[in-house]
Design a protein around this ligand. Structure first.
Ligand code: NAP
Length: 483
């Protein structure tokens, strides 16, 4: 029995999608997928391995010549049709997402719109991939530079944004003329399979977009080591990203990595206090604190610390926790027991290092109460590790130089935030922060028009904007002589 009840049940697919066909694992084995909020089994997915991944790569290889040869306008129209179908089915897709991932339905709707926006954006960009003709240093010659699709692409994605992390990759890839094999996280595969169903309904040809489900390591090895795959894109933890990057080395693939973060959120004395509180709430508690760009360390300057701590704690204490399918809830469950155990360990460590719980600190099953940890310091694990839970540590700082030094004291470099009304300081600090993205007076930074990505061990490459398209293109230079 399944607990999935959506108006358009055709979107709830329990098979993988290879070469335009819905298929089971060769072994016939399946994996169960649970609702994190209730523990109920939602359904099953094929437990596939290397052989099925190879088949998907071959399908993508066979589909490539025709897909890349389409005029960009044709690819653009198909992507646009896909976008229209996703938008029309936003409610069903959001319900499916909340059921498998746990986030509140309103956030799930937001994720569907956010993911679809990348498909819409790159449908437009497909028509604007252009080269250059450059003057050569010798007369009678020209330097001709053209852009070509990189070829077959593959991706492994995480559970925290089951729709958008795939959409952000597949949209520029298909727009550029590449074909694609996706392997979604085993905890949240149904959103990816629903995207494949809608791709099929949109008329995207067989083999252009494939979804393989099952064994992470076996499928991951095939996607990274198969020479037919020319580009590999991963979103997930730095630990796994490091391993997959090494696996890609044997075939020298183009690689994009969107990895973990440890975002500083800096509030200066001159900040607009209300705006900073609202920004910190948005940056910390979306998806129950389980996003890579979540504020991880909130640094507050000493002159404003007490007022900020009071207002922020009061706002956090009001957040409603519960099943994401119930309209009023703002914080859903943690993804699983392992995440719960890790959160409890981080809190124990913080208490042992002098931390003071200002609100929260408790849990009911995997539902964790939004927590503010006052008197946080650099000896705590909270200062160095990605928290990935609704726990907000507050650190006090004295001056600009100190906070820049502490903010940069991490191997991560994904997102950072700062609140200040001093324009010179805004430029100074945002330029000194070693992060790929800096939000100034905002806690929400990601959209399809912006290049999303990290520095240092937070990753390589960008998703979104023109930079996101470049990731799926090769540059070819043709030397023209005899002119
Ligand atoms: P994870 O453990 O690295 O898993 C991510 C994906 O990799 C999952 O599909 C997982 O499969 C798969 N995987 C795990 N081990 C693998 C292996 N040896 N070979 C191939 N695939 C493997 O990360 P997570 O805990 O799911 O996700 C949270 C992490 O993602 C956080 O660190 C977060 O910061 C990061 N993230 C980054 C961004 C960004 O844009 N920078 C965005 C979102 C999330 P299974 O699920 O089946 O194990």
């Amino acid at each position: 029995m399944s607990f999935v009840n959506i108006p358009h049940p055709d979107l709830f697919r329990q098979q993988a999608y290879i070469d335009g066909k819905w298929c089971d694992a060769d072994s016939g084995k399946v994996l169960a997928v649970h609702n994190p909020a209730t523990g109920e089994i939602l359904g099953t997915i094929p437990d596939m391995g290397a052989e099925e991944a190879r088949r998907a790569i071959t399908a993508a290889q066979n589909a490539l010549p025709a897909w890349r040869a389409f005029p960009a306008k044709v690819r653009s129209r198909l992507l646009k049709r896909w976008f229209d179908l996703i938008t029309a089915r936003q409610h069903d897709l959001a319900v499916l997402l909340t059921l498998e991932q746990g986030k509140p339905l309103s956030e799930a709707k937001g994720e569907i719109a956010y993911g679809a926006a990348y498909i819409d954006w790159y449908a437009e960009e497909a028509k604007r991939i252009a080269g250059q003709i450059l003057p050569a240093p010798v007369s009678g010659q020209r330097v001709l530079v053209s852009k070509q699709p990189v070829g077959v692409c593959a991706a492994v994605t995480p559970w925290n944004f089951p729709n958008a992390m795939i959409a952000r990759k597949v949209a520029p890839a298909l727009a550029a003329g590449c074909t694609f094999v996706a392997r979604p996280a085993s905890q949240t595969p149904f959103s990816a399979l629903a995207l494949a169903e809608l791709a099929e309904q949109a008329g995207i040809p067989a083999g252009v977009f494939n979804v393989v489900t099952g064994a992470a390591e076996a499928i991951g090895c095939e996607l990274t080591e198969n020479p037919a795959v020319r580009k590999f894109s991963f979103t997930g933890s730095t630990e796994v990203g490091r391993k997959l990057m090494a696996q890609c080395a044997s075939t020298i693939k183009k690689v994009s990595l969107e990895l973990g973060g440890n975002a500083p959120f800096i509030v200066f004395d001159d900040a607009d206090l209300e705006a900073a509180v609202a920004g910190a709430l948005a940056a910390k508690f979306r998806n129950a604190g389980q996003t890579c760009v979540c504020a991880n360390r909130i640094y507050v300057q000493q002159g404003i610390y007490t007022r900020f701590a009071e207002r922020f704690t009061a706002a956090v204490a009001k957040l409603r926790v519960g099943n994401g399918m119930e309209a009023h809830n703002e914080i859903g469950p943690l993804i699983d027991q392992r995440a719960l155990q890790r959160t409890l360990e981080l809190l124990d460590d913080a208490r042992a290092h002098g931390g003071e719980v200002l609100c929260g600190g408790t849990h009911q099953g995997v539902f964790f109460a939004p927590t503010v940890m006052g008197a946080a310091n650099d000896d705590m694990r909270l200062a160095h590790e990605e928290i990935f839970a609704p726990v907000a540590p507050l650190f006090v700082f004295a001056d600009e130089d100190e906070v820049i030094r502490r903010a940069n004291a991490t191997e991560y470099g994904l997102a950072a935030y700062l609140y200040s009304r001093d324009l010179a300081r805004v430029f100074r600090v945002s330029e000194a922060l070693e992060y790929g993205m800096v939000g100034v007076n905002t806690g929400v930074i990601s959209n399809e028009a912006a290049p999303f990505g990290g520095m240092k061990q937070s990753g390589i490459g960008r998703e979104g904007a023109a930079q996101g398209m470049e990731e799926y293109l090769e540059t070819k230079y043709i030397a023209l002589d005899g002119l």
